[in-house]
Design a protein around this ligand. Structure first.
Ligand code: AMP
Length: 265
């Protein structure tokens, strides 16, 4: 596996290996990320993964500084998957000057996650656009774990006519249902035992439990829920009569850790 830190070097390497499928990540890899790598493999002959903890998508007071950075371990995992190219830019390389041009997402960017993390989807959209311009992949793979991110990236690619096929990967879970996440490592042992409740509640909502009841159950179990909502899958708008392709989405804090999850139905 070739590891590149520089954009010029990255472009030369991508040109040499031909059309690539791309998996952007913030590192601290787990089986969820690796499932996306395998999906990418089915989209193109060569796979490029990026590891970059994007300061732009963290709010003041969030976990940017303590976000787990485990490059050596991640690198071994990607080698074992046969990834051709790892792009691991230094922050000074990707943001040599303050990023004053910012992608402004549609109103959806201020709902759900965006209501509790204002500016988050601007940071995500901006870095994804930058990474697409650096890597110039033919396809890029995103996890359904971050459902709203997937919908917003898909919309951006559509409206900016970016020639990248967006492919969605299923959420990979622990045996007890907890969605794999780099942030699960923040959980204490009792919190880790409690954490699958979020998925259980969202599954119950997908079977008809009113979201308000789901919020109550989480609060009673010591969580501080941000939201539980049912939306349409393809555009995350509120369901209208006759919509059948839906998703229950939720976010809640357990101790100092904020977890998100969703269940399609
Ligand atoms: P992150 O490193 O958290 O920014 O995530 C990088 C990519 O991995 C995003 O497309 C996420 O949606 C995806 N991802 C994160 N967790 C999972 C999971 N448990 N299953 C599938 N994809 C995931």
């Amino acid at each position: 596996m070739q590891i590149v830190h520089d954009i010029g070097e990255l472009r030369r390497a991508v040109r040499a290996i031909g059309p690539v499928a791309f998996v952007p990540t913030m590192g601290n890899l787990h089986d969820g990320h690796l499932s996306l790598v395998r999906l990418a493999r089915s989209e193109a002959r060569a796979v490029v993964v990026s590891i970059f903890v994007n300061r732009l998508q963290f709010l003041a007071g969030e976990d940017f500084e303590r976000y787990p950075r485990t490059m050596e371990r991640d690198r071994g995992m990607l080698e074992a998957e046969g990834v051709e190219l790892l792009f691991a830019p230094d922050e000074r390389l990707l943001y040599p000057a303050p990023q004053t041009y910012i992608v402004r997402p549609p109103p959806l960017g201020a709902e759900l996650e965006g209501r509790f993390r204002p500016g988050f989807f601007e940071g995500v959209s901006t870095v994804v656009l930058k990474l697409f311009n650096c890597v110039q992949p033919s396809a890029a793979v995103f996890g359904k774990k971050d459902y709203q991110q997937l919908v917003i990236v898909r919309g951006m690619v559509g409206q900016f006519d970016i020639p990248v096929a967006i492919v969605a990967g299923e959420t990979i879970r622990e045996a007890d249902g907890l969605a794999m996440s780099s942030r699960n490592g923040y959980l204490s042992a009792p919190e880790r035992a409690e954490a699958p409740r979020l998925h259980r509640v969202l599954s119950a909502v997908s079977r008809g439990l009113p979201p308000a009841e789901g919020l109550r159950e989480l609060a009673q179990a010591g969580w501080r829920p941000d939201y539980i909502e049912v939306r349409r899958r393809h555009d995350l708008e509120l369901p209208r009569a006759g919509d059948t392709q839906l998703v229950a989405l939720g976010a809640a804090r357990l101790g100092g850790t904020r977890l998100i999850d969703n269940v399609e139905f």
